[in-house]
Structures are given as structure tokens and as C-alpha cells.
Design a binder for this molecule. Structure first.
Ligand code: AMP
Length: 595
């Protein structure tokens, strides 16, 4: 719900040079934190970056200490750390001191519940202040933070909580029922802590967040961690199997800090908004650890996407740095230029995008309406930090992901790990050694090793090429992973959900190109005997997957088929389904089952 009275329009609308919408004007910018690329790229060593990080005695480290506690003694104690705007546009501000008190109380309370270093504590919350405090409180104790996207359904929750053997989940009243549905299947889950719980309705194992922290002390020292001990784990999708738990460590803070400084270009006076949910890696790293380690003021917006709400928020809080995603930008573009010009967005000085390819057209539109280029950058859950970026000190090439950051060696290689020639398509690979690289796949060494199957390289699963100026250009995934609206979805997850419905015998799932979402999920389905194809059945299957997995993971298109193409070993050939869908040549089909 929007509070109309808070809108400031008309008198403070955008200046004529932008309102006219014709000129391409670059606003005069501040000098970037990284002012020269080539020279720094040649000489930079990650050892240097350690100077910007505060270590605890004995070379120990805690990422939460760097993100929060050190700000209390370096002059930022009373600075606003968090501008939290709820779904009704109500604003609450938290200083670094207030945030520290909140995290310390929760940290002490968690400790009293028996949380020890290494235990997994998951956060399943909307973008409310408690989410941010909980993430840091868990990290302070040396426990492993497990972010969970608030739109996940029961099946998605069960898979993650079961695999990680989570001990505690922190949730709220609005989301708790989804955990209730699978609680019986989670033998390791000892407590569910509920923000805003009705005290009368608490069941065994459920605890009111407010009651829990009420009596707790606000003094808590961060646990001194070995830099290689786990900080957070995030589940991400691959081509096969259930989502895998990508494990990151406290040492990540070095990369989180430096990239927030160089790529986000955060400065003392910035008011910074990352639109990604902290249930995903962008939100965890670039709404919490990275920006706070740099002492920036962070905006958390609980409301849903709507063009007028977003612009209004930028205007209202005078947001200066804005990190968002191509899908959102495409939707904003669709909402029209006049929608931009109705607001005063002059505070903006730096705009960034991540998650999927950013169309050159959108970059050009950004120049027109915001007077600023949109800086695309590339990274993954596994890489833990931005690796390739259109840095503020470099010219933006619309359509390119940019150049590797200092300290990052990226290359386009063939299957043997040999670099291909400039301009040639190949696999995007990175030399291991950057601080935020994944350290493990939770209890799955085999999956972890798959990332390093090309000797000497971390393989990203993306195909790309490099131009003569050293800019990288994304081409597509090398595997079947679907990227829908910036969300990575594994076809297997969706297929597994679909076949749980009594009407479905088999399912094959692909990503289908879509102008707004990048890709949409399309499912091909064989029905069980006794079921016939109908629109209502298709809708039922869509609802079914939505409920089980998440809103973004349901197939927007379902086609009923008599057969699906399979290999002789019985694997569904998604490559062929995709070729059919796109009217492309089907290539070698010699291994097909019914050849
Ligand atoms: P995730 O781990 O969910 O963040 O997804 C990472 C994947 O998203 C990458 O492997 C790419 O396929 C895609 N991706 C992320 N950023 C970009 C970008 N700037 N351009 C193109 N694809 C991107």
C-alpha cells in the first residue's frame, strides 16, 4: 500500500534535461574509488586488501565484526545503518549501534538455546529489520547462516533444511505455516523462532522472537573464527539433482568488502539500495556484508515490485547507489519514461545490474531517463563476489559484462582449459585464488570437484567470449540451468515437483527465451492413464509447482505430449526439447531411445 501523502512530485520533478528525455547526458560523477584500472589490475594482490579488514587477535576473523562491530569505534556509531521501509511504506531507521544491540541480544538468545559455532541456523523472513539482524547475529556466534528466500514453498524448504541439518529457523508469523507443513520431516530442527508470533498459539518447539530477546544482554563478542570456517551456505540449482548447498567462509569478507568499494563504489555519504532479496546471494553479500563493511547506509524495502513505488522510494530516501536486475529494469522501461520523469531521481549517481544479460537497449534507455549508464556485472552464488564488472572507471560497453576485477583472472577456454582466441566463443573460467570462492558443496565433495574438472580452472557453467579490449560478453549457459528473471532454476527440481502430481507420468523442463524475464520455464508433460489434457489441468499443475517450490519456479507454459525424447539410458533430452521449441536443428539424435 502506498501512502499518497508522502509523494513529492511536480515541484521537485526531474530537471528539464532529463524530463525532455532526448539528450543523453552523463551526470557529473564523483571520482570512483578505483580510479585507474590497468595499473591496479597489473599490480594488485589480495594480500593488500587484507589491510582494509579488521582481524581479531591471532589472525582470527569474523565477517560480522567487519560489517558491524568495527563501525561502532570508527565514528559511525550513530550513523544510520538501515533504512527499513515496510510493505505499507512506513520507514524505520536503525543506527549501527541500534543494529549492534539487536544482533547482540539475538546472538545471546541463540547461544542460550545451544547454538554453537558450525551449527546451521536458517533465516526465512521477509525483508524486515530482523532478517538483517539475524544474519549478523548468527555470524557473530560462528554459526552458519542459511538464507532462505521468503517465497519458497514447503518442498523447497524441506530440501534445504533437511540436507543442511538445520538446528533453528528464524521466521515470522506470515511464513510459519509453510514450515509447519514439513516440520515432521525435519528431525534435526530443534526450534522455530517466530517474529510477531501470537504467544497463545505457540506450539512445542516454537519460540516468540520478541520474548526471546527481551531479557537477553546486548553485549556480545564476536566469535574469533579461523578465516576458513563457514560463514553462510546458500542452495543453488544445477542441471541434475536437488539444489546444492554452496558453502562460503569468513574470509569472503575480503572480497565482499573490496567489490563493494570498487564495483558498487560506495562512499561515506551514500544511501544504497540493493533490490535483491537476501534469500539470494546478491542480497546476502551486497545488502549486508559488503556495504556495511564499507560503513554505507543500506535501504531495505519490504514492498513488492511496482514501478511507481520503486521510483518513489529512490526519491523519498534520496538513494544514491542502486543495484538491481535486468528483469526489473525491463519492467521499469515498459512502465514508460513519463513514470520516471514524474519523480525526482537526481540523487542517483551510480546504477548497477546483475543476474542475467543486460540488454544494450536497456543501458541506452538508462542513459536517456536517468542520465547514467547502467553498470552490468557478472558473478554467481559460487563465486561469492562480483568477478567481472563494468567498473565506474571504465567506459561501459552496452551488452558486455565488463572486465575482470583486479585480483581476478578470467578467461575463455576450451574443454581442455586452453584459452581460445580473442572473439571466439568458449567456456568462461576463472583461476582459483579470489577470497570469496566457494569452499565446499555441503557434504558433497563430488559436486564440488565438478567445478574444477578442467585442470587449473574454476568452471562457471557459462559460455562467453572476450573482445580485443578485454571486455567479456555473455552468451548463455553451457548446461540446462534456467535463468528466469535472474533466478536460477534447475530443470530437475521442476520436473521432480511435477511428477509428484497424480496426473503426471513424466516431465521434461526447459528455459524458453522471453523478452521480459530472460527465460520462462516451459514443461513438456506426459499424463498418466485416465487423465486428459485440459486448460484446468494445466492450471492445476502450475499451482501445484508454485505451492511446492516457489512462485518464480513454476512452468508458465505446459505442453502435454504423448512421448518425450530420451537417451537409451532413459534420460530426458532437454536439448532436443529446446530445439523443438525454438524450431532449431535437432543435431545428433543417434542416442535416442526409440531410434
Ligand atoms: P546465481 O548463482 O543464482 O547468482 O546465478 C549465476 C548465473 O546467473 C551465472 O552463471 C549466469 O548464468 C547468470 N548471470 C549472472 N550475472 C550475469 C550477467 N551480468 N550477465 C549474464 N548472465 C549473468
Amino acid at each position: 500500500m502506498q501512502t499518497e501523502s508522502k509523494r513529492i512530485e511536480g515541484s521537485q520533478a526531474a530537471p528539464a534535461r532529463l524530463r525532455a528525455g532526448k539528450e543523453i547526458v552523463k551526470k557529473p560523477g564523483l571520482a570512483p574509488n578505483l580510479s585507474t584500472y590497468e595499473q591496479v589490475y597489473r599490480s594488485f594482490d589480495w594480500q593488500e586488501a587484507k589491510k582494509e579488514i579488521d582481524y581479531l587477535s591471532g589472525g582470527k576473523l569474523n565477517a560480522a565484526y567487519n560489517a558491524l562491530d568495527r563501525q561502532l569505534t570508527n565514528g559511525r556509531r550513530n550513523k544510520v545503518a538501515l533504512y527499513a521501509v515496510d510493505a505499507h511504506e512506513h520507514l524505520r531507521k536503525y543506527t549501527f549501534q541500534e543494529l549492534a544491540d539487536m544482533t547482540n541480544r539475538l546472538g545471546n538468545a541463540l547461544r542460550s538455546l545451544g547454538v554453537n559455532r558450525g551449527d546451521r541456523v536458517f533465516v526465512y523472513l521477509p525483508r524486515i529489520p530482523e532478517l538483517y539482524a539475524a544474519t549478523l547475529a548468527i555470524a557473530k556466534l560462528g554459526a552458519v547462516v542459511g538464507p532462505l528466500f521468503s517465497a519458497f514453498g514447503p518442498d523447497a524448504l524441506r530440501d534445504r533444511l533437511l540436507d543442511s541439518e538445520a538446528k533453528i529457523v528464524i521466521t515470522d508469523r506470515s511464513l510459519k505455516s509453510k514450515i509447519d507443513e514439513v516440520r515432521q520431516q525435519l528431525p534435526d530442527l530443534e526450534h522455530v523462532i517466530i517474529v510477531g508470533a501470537d504467544p497463545q498459539a505457540l506450539r512445542q518447539g516454537e519460540i516468540s522472537y520478541e520474548k526471546l530477546v527481551e531479557q537477553a544482554s546486548d553485549i556480545l563478542e564476536c566469535q574469533a573464527m579461523d578465516p576458513e570456517e563457514p560463514l553462510y551456505m546458500l542452495y543453488t540449482s544445477g542441471t541434475t539433482g536437488k539444489p546444492k548447498g554452496v558453502v562460503h567462509v569468513h574470509n569472503d569478507i575480503i572480497g565482499q568488502h573490496m567489490t563493494s568499494k570498487w564495483v558498487l563504489d560506495l562512499k561515506e555519504d551514500d544511501i544504497y539500495w540493493c533490490t535483491a532479496d537476501p534469500g539470494w546471494v546478491t542480497g546476502t553479500v551486497y545488502s549486508i556484508f559488503g556495504p556495511w563493511s564499507n560503513g554505507a547506509s543500506v535501504v531495505a524495502y519490504e514492498g513488492r515490485f511496482e514501478a511507481s513505488n520503486w521510483y518513489h522510494l529512490i526519491q523519498r530516501l534520496k538513494i544514491t547507489v542502486w543495484y538491481t536486475a535486468p528483469t526489473a529494469l525491463r519492467m521499469l522501461m515498459k512502465a514508460g519514461d513519463q513514470m520516471v520523469y514524474k519523480h525526482n531521481l537526481d540523487s542517483l549517481r551510480h546504477i548497477l545490474s546483475v543476474g542475467e544479460p543486460l540488454n544494450p537497449e536497456v543501458v541506452r534507455w538508462g542513459m536517456k531517463v536517468f542520465g547514467l549508464p547502467i553498470h552490468d556485472n557478472w558473478w554467481q552464488t559460487e563465486t561469492g563476489m562480483q568477478l567481472i564488472a563494468n567498473l565506474p572507471c571504465l567506459a561501459v560497453k552496452p551488452g558486455s559484462m565488463g572486465k575482470p576485477l583486479p585480483g581476478v583472472q578470467a578467461a575463455i577456454v576450451n574443454d581442455e582449459g586452453v584459452e581460445v582466441q580473442t572473439g571466439q566463443l568458449g567456456r568462461l573460467a576463472i583461476k582459483p585464488g579470489w577470497p570469496s570462492m566457494l569452499r565446499a558443496i555441503w557434504r558433497n565433495e563430488e559436486k564440488f570437484q565438478e567445478y574444477f574438472r578442467i585442470p587449473g580452472w574454476y568452471t562457471t557453467g557459462d559460455n562467453a567470449w572476450k573482445d580485443e579490449d578485454g571486455y567479456f560478453w555473455f552468451v548463455g549457459r553451457a548446461d540446462d540451468v534456467i535463468n528466469t528473471g535472474g533466478h536460477r532454476v534447475g530443470p530437475f527440481e521442476v520436473e521432480s515437483a511435477l511428477v509428484e502430481h497424480p496426473a503426471v507420468a513424466e516431465a521434461g523442463v526447459i528455459g524458453k527465451p522471453d523478452p521480459e524475464r530472460g527465460e520462462i520455464i516451459k514443461a513438456f508433460v506426459i499424463l498418466n492413464n485416465g487423465f486428459t489434457s485440459s486448460q484446468s489441468l494445466i492450471e492445476e499443475l502450475q499451482e501445484f509447482t508454485k505451492m511446492k517450490l516457489a512462485l518464480h519456479a513454476y512452468p508458465r507454459e505446459i505442453e502435454i505430449k504423448e512421448t518425450l525424447p530420451k537417451t537409451r539410458s532413459g534420460k530426458i533430452m532437454r536439448r532436443l526439447l529446446k530445439a523443438w521449441e525454438l524450431g532449431l536443428p535437432t543435431g545428433d539424435t543417434s542416442s535416442l531411445e526409440d531410434d
